[in-house]
Design a protein around this ligand. Structure first.
Ligand code: 3HC
Ligand code: NAI
Length: 689
């Protein structure tokens, strides 16, 4: 029929196969022949049943995201599903791999769904700032019930085949040749003569729906939406499935979809989807990756323990090295405790915990690292210690082993120079907690070999991380921009803002927390030590640290945390301290508005991002966005700082940076030439390549 859709016959069963690599997205060139095939088969008397299956690694993984924002070419997915639902012979979706978004909606247009045991099914549109726009919000509740549908659609998290079977989303789960079994299933549906009803007409799961329970659940989910429109629209649309007739609910779903797809939030989230995939690509397609079978981690402290867990979670055996038995035991005990918490929460089985713990081998002898293919150090942040560790590694590591550092700020070139094999040295900068946070800055030093870099990037993806390649500079991409974001915090306090006010501006913007809440959480002593090492001061934060107020861990910092609470409460002592320090410096407090807080914290951050691009520390503006969304909680609905700069307007940002530069003379407000170029051309892509 077409290169993308073919039809074969197995007796009276027609098998329609979609073949649109890599993920069988429902592009126009698939929809058109698919529609033709279905219309033909619907009317063909010899065809008693129809199976829809896919070639390659997966069932349809959704609409073609690259088509969003362009005029829709007919037939659209809704038209195809409408035809499917007019077919008066059994239709069966044969699902392997992932049936996601429009893919699952296509399957919901069939009378039956059968799945391979390894299949995963979901409606992840919310992660793209959308709601399912092909009838998913009105059909899924008819199969799995409104509450389950609400949770699936608002979270966007797919479920596995077993859960789908239990929930009523699929009718059978098979091992082995899925298409053959789907054909047999379809034949049975023909000969069994049982009635089959299109999903749109199945109302029994809706009839007894408890609307009050639904609304309660929806309100709880809405609280977590943090300014995102899509989760709210998803919940509203599932509710419509209960309260409105099918066609009306479907029409409202469409209206909501059209509104979201044209909005900035969805554009931002689609940008991030592609940005993450782009960031993992490095030039040189034919580079042969090195084989990594065992990983070594040096240092079992906060980061080393988390890094070791991240690899064990990815199935890699890990040798964990410490300076003393005592430190090692402590590190291993923390790891075990962390896994026990996951078991208690129900996110890990006791068996899985055991399997993961079995992957650990503890040691205090560098010789035990000789069989590791990748060794990451996470020891104290001091160049002398790092150099000593790398010198010792050089002596014991096998040839071509990758030697990685988790340093936050230090010069990876200098670390590499303490070995005889700088080509094997790379930075792998994890974020805390390393077993949870997705971001991994992969630092390319001057002499890092392309295959070592490519291996680190691939490995990161394998353990579920989001890798971004960055160059060497103080703090790489993330921490360098964080410093630019934070540099005006103290000044704002002294001039009249409060920590609560600044943090509120950040949370209203969509951040999970503001800079002072984050400082209290991470520990104010970290920044204090860093400042002391660099000869810098921060009047208020330094005083807090000198008085022993390090944040949550000491019960007080910029906020108070009473009786072990993690909820920040205003701290009158800090407010008094701010007033005293301001008086000492002769600063008269004034009212500070939201705009000013944004201009003096977020604009310098974008300016720093432009400098990072100029210096080629990051390859693309979108890489910077990936760093900030995955490592620091920049709101996804704003697409990362560089994408947001486009929304905010380059000219506006430059105007205000110029204003603050004139007023303060501070370097962070001196506009980067690349930012001016971006403002003139309207896009980072045109100026940063
Ligand atoms: N449209 C267009 N391209 C897509 C795509 C889609 N829906 N899904 C994946 N791709 C592309 C990726 O950009 C990537 O391209 P590249 O090789 O040029 O970088 C390629 O396919 C492979 O993707 P991954 O690298 O992500 O492959 P994985 O094997 O790691 O993951 C996957 C496969 C789980 C299917 C993952 O790609 C994924 O989650 N895709 C998106 C699924 C999704 O969001 N579907 C809903 C779309 S919206 C929708 O359907 C609206 C409807 O309701 C109307
Ligand atoms: P930590 O103090 O919790 O742990 C360091 C561990 O290294 C200690 O257990 C210590 O006993 C061990 N160690 C010291 N010298 C050693 C040696 N020669 N051989 C073996 N073990 C040795 O420190 P943390 O926070 O885990 O930081 C480690 C590294 O990770 C630093 O470079 C830091 O900058 C970086 N980092 C820290 C982050 C954080 O949020 N804590 C985030 C990202 C990176």
């Amino acid at each position: 029929m077409s290169n993308f859709v073919s039809v074969t016959r197995e007796g009276g069963v027609a098998v329609v196969t979609i073949d649109n690599p890599p993920v069988n997205a429902l592009s126009f060139h698939v929809r058109e022949p698919l529609m033709q095939a279905l219309v033909l088969l619907r009317d063909e008397p010899d065809v008693a049943a129809i199976v829809i299956a896919c070639a390659g690694r997966t069932f349809v993984a959704g609409a073609d995201i690259t088509e969003f924002g362009k005029p829709v070419q007919q037939p659209d997915l809704r038209a195809i599903i409408a035809v499917l639902e007019t077919i008066a012979k059994p239709t069966v979706a044969a699902i392997h791999g992932t049936a996601l978004g429009g893919g699952l909606e296509l399957a919901l247009g069939c009378h039956f769904r059968v799945a391979d045991t390894g299949a995963r099914l979901g409606l992840p549109e919310v992660k793209l700032g959308l709601l399912p726009g092909g009838g998913g919000t009105v059909r899924l509740p008819r199969l799995v019930g409104p509450l389950k549908a609400l949770n699936m659609i608002v979270s966007g998290t797919p479920i596995d085949a077993a859960e789908a079977l239990a929930a009523g989303l699929v009718d059978a789960v098979f091992d082995g040749d899925l298409v053959a079994q789907a054909v047999r299933f379809a034949s049975e549906m023909v000969t069994g003569g049982e009635p089959f009803t299109p999903v749109c007409d199945r109302n029994d799961r809706l009839a007894g729906a408890d609307l009050a329970a639904f609304d309660k659940q929806a309100a709880e989910l809405a609280k977590k939406a943090r300014g995102l429109e899509a989760p709210i629209a998803c919940a509203q649309s599932v509710r419509n499935a209960i309260t409105l007739p099918f066609d009306e609910a479907l029409a409202v779903e469409r209206e909501l979809f059209v509104k979201l797809v044209g909005g900035d939030q969805s554009r931002a989230q689609r940008h991030l989807f592609f940005a993450e995939r782009e960031a993992a690509k490095i030039p040189g397609k034919d580079i042969v990756r090195r084989r990594i079978a065992r990983v070594g981690v040096i240092g079992a402290g906060t980061m080393g323990g988390g890094i070791a867990m991240a690899f064990a979670n990815g199935g890699y055996p890990v040798t964990l090295l410490e300076t003393s038995r005592e430190a090692l035991e402590r590190g291993l005990a923390t790891i075990e405790k962390n896994y026990a918490v996951s078991v208690a929460r129900g996110s890990l089985s006791e068996d899985a915990k055991r399997q993961r713990l079995d992957l650990f081998k503890g040691s205090t002898d560098y010789g035990d690292l000789a069989d590791c293919d990748l060794i990451i150090e996470a020891v104290f942040e001091e160049m002398a210690v790092k150099r000593e560790v790398f010198g010792r590694l050089d002596a014991v590591a096998k040839s071509r082993a990758i030697l990685a550092t988790n340093t936050s700020y230090l010069d990876v070139n200098e670390i590499a120079a303490s070995t005889s094999r700088p080509q094997d040295v790379v930075g792998m900068h994890f974020f805390s907690p390393a077993n949870v946070m997705k971001l991994l800055e992969i630092v390319r030093a001057e002499r890092t070999a392309p295959d070592a870099l490519a291996t680190a990037v691939e490995l990161a993806r394998r353990i579920g991380k989001v890798p971004v390649v960055v160059g060497v500079c103080h703090g790489f991409v993330g921490n360098r921009m964080l410093a630019a974001r934070g540099s005006e915090s103290e000044a704002l306090l002294l001039e009249g803002a409060t920590p609560q006010q600044i943090d509120q501006v950040f949370t209203d913007f969509g951040w999970p927390m503001g800079p002072f809440q984050m400082g209290d959480l991470a520990g104010l002593d970290i920044g204090w030590r860093n400042r002391k090492a660099r000869g810098q001061t921060a009047a208020i934060a330094d005083t807090l640290c000198e008085q022993g107020h390090f944040g949550q861990k000491t019960g007080s910092g910029f906020y108070r945390y009473e009786n072990g609470s993690r909820t920040p409460a205003p701290n009158p002592e800090v407010e008094a301290l701010i007033r005293d320090k301001a008086a000492e410096k002769g600063i008269a407090p004034r009212a500070i508005g939201t705009e000013e807080i944004i201009e003096r914290t977020l604009y310098p951050m974008i300016n720093e991002g432009a400098k990072i691009l100029e210096e080629k520390i990051a390859a693309r503006a979108s890489d910077i966005d990936v760093v900030w969304v995955n490592g620091y909680g920049f709101p996804v609905g704003k697409g990362g700082p560089m994408f947001w700069a486009g929304l905010e307007g380059g000219d506006k940002i430059i105007g205000r940076l110029d204003h603050w530069h004139e007023r303060t003379g501070k370097d962070i407000f001196r506009v980067a030439p690349l930012l001016r170029q971006m403002a003139a051309s309207g896009s980072w892509e045109d100026v940063a390549s």
